[in-house]
Design a protein around this ligand. Structure first.
Ligand code: PMP
Length: 466
């Protein structure tokens, strides 16, 4: 198994690509030299260790749907930096808004509020039907952290429920169980919960004791946990998009809503990946299910660092409760920085008329068609799971319902080999099995055609294993 990738606490589940396509004909001498230089000053050589990849390509520039690496190779980008680039890299309207913010005297005043903050908050609340108010932070992790704090303050309870296969950030409450090897969590069970497997060291046992991991699409386990522990909140991506695209079964999100009403926990949708990518109001508006709180990031500012926590007034007002003992602390030197705020305003204004979503859905449907044609010839079970502009190809004969399903049926080695083979052909998905593929409005039909041609060739040169 390759050294590294943060996600590869899943190492044993992911396996290796041995027996498939010979890996990396290309060499990346400049990239390797940069990485080696950076490793002298940065542990692991980079500022976010979940970005570690093999081959160790270092990218130099990006425009629209195209990336270029330090050797001058060109790639069609499907990674989108883990999802933010809904409009493609360096989108002119967003770049213009950012430049304007740099030159119009805006700064970080660190006192009181600004007109710009109010404008963004109004746009966010205008986009998300259930959002009475919102707060803006710098990252998705900060926002999920605050959401859970609000849930605890509101209910007076400490326990939380998270999903096996979901990712909600790097903080102690949620940094556990994404692509956990089944050997560590055991077989699928319902009702029930799975052992908490932290994503890294330094997470206190006392925190882990407050966290309950259940499977997505399993309502019985929610009740099971709530009957045994005082649960403040359940946090879930409404579509699991950190293990590809795992969509909710009919009635699942509605069931979560009903259980939250009945059992008194706060229902938190983590829309950091789904929000703004699938609809202005987030996936909850498409599903017709209203959470109590929801968290947004990524596509909200098309690559600039911002996140939002939005929700119902009685919960959000805990941030400004007149009694300091009941108030939830929210502070941050950089919250509401004018550069990402200007970017987010430009993004929402660009998305408002719905044309971009129509274009993205058309590209998504083209993806379905090219995939179907490619899969017919592939001679192995393949399934495309897609929501709008995000998709994942599973090497199995059905769309997965949860992580157990993927870990049991998906051919991780073939997925990894395919990703590496097409990187050689100038297509860049993140080279880790089951990571989501993202289309932007800067992609076009020709790029999608080229992509599936390359995937078809990669699979033809790597016959399915018995
Ligand atoms: N929630 C989800 C669903 C995410 O995918 C991520 C990041 N991949 C986060 C939260 C954390 O966001 P950030 O990396 O901005 O802290």
């Amino acid at each position: 198994m390759d050294r590294g990738a943060f996600w590869c606490f899943a190492a044993r589940a992911v396996g290796t690509s041995e027996g498939y396509t010979a890996v990396s004909m290309r060499t990346y001498p400049t990239s390797r030299a940069i990485l080696e230089h950076n490793r002298r000053f940065i542990p692991g050589g980079m500022f976010s260790l979940n970005r570690e990849i093999e081959p160790a390509i270092v990218f130099a520039s990006a425009d629209g749907a195209i990336l270029r690496d330090e050797e001058g190779n060109r790639y069609i980008d499907y990674h989108a930096a883990f999802g933010p680039f809904l409009l493609g890299h360096n989108h002119p309207v967003v770049s213009h808004a950012v430049q304007a913010a740099l030159h119009d005297g805006s700064s970080l005043f660190g006192a009181s509020t600004t007109r710009l903050e109010g404008k963004l908050a109004e746009l966010i609340c205008g986009s998300i039907p259930f959002a009475d108010s919102c707060q803006v932070l710098n990252s998705g992790s900060e926002a999920t952290y605050q959401a859970l704090r609000v849930a605890r303050a509101h209910t007076g309870r400490d326990h939380i429920i998270v999903m096996q296969g979901g990712y909600n950030g790097w903080h102690n409450d949620v940094a556990c169980n994404v692509m956990t090897p089944l050997a560590d969590i055991g077989p699928r069970q319902s009702p029930g919960e799975y052992p908490v497997v932290p994503l890294g060291a330094g997470i206190p046992a006392a925190h882990r004791a407050l966290v309950h991991v259940i499977n997505f699409n399993d309502l019985d386990s929610v009740r099971y946990v709530c009957e045994r522990y005082p649960v403040a909140g359940l946090i879930t991506e409404p579509i699991l998009q950190n293990i590809g695209i795992v969509t909710p079964q009919p009635g699942y999100l509605e069931g979560l809503r009903q259980l939250a009403n009945e059992l008194g926990f706060v229902l938190i949708f983590d829309e950091v990946k789904t929000g703004f990518r699938h609809a202005l109001g987030g996936y909850s508006t498409l599903a017709g299910v209203t959470p109590d709180l929801a968290v947004y990031g990524k596509a909200l500012a098309n690559g600039y660092p911002i996140a939002a926590l939005a929700g119902k007034r009685e919960l959000m007002d805990l941030f400004s409760h007149p009694d300091p003992r009941k108030r939830v602390l929210l502070a941050g030197t950089y919250n509401g920085h004018p550069v990402p705020v200007a970017a987010a305003i430009a993004v929402i204004e660009t998305l408002r008329d719905g044309e971009i979503y129509a274009r993205l859905e058309a590209l998504g449907q083209l993806t379905d068609r090219y995939f179907a044609a490619m899969a017919r010839k592939a001679g192995r079970p393949l399934t495309l799971s897609r929501q709008g502009s995000a998709f994942c190809i599973y090497f199995m004969d059905h769309a997965p319902v949860d992580w157990h399903d993927i870990a049991t049926h998906h051919d991780f080695a073939a997925d990894l080999a395919m990703r590496r083979a097409i990187i050689e052909k100038g297509i860049f998905p993140f080279p880790l099995p089951t990571k989501q593929w993202s289309i932007s409005s800067a992609h076009n039909g020709e790029m999608i055609a080229q992509t599936f041609e390359a995937i078809g060739q990669a699979l033809a040169s790597a016959p399915a294993q018995a």
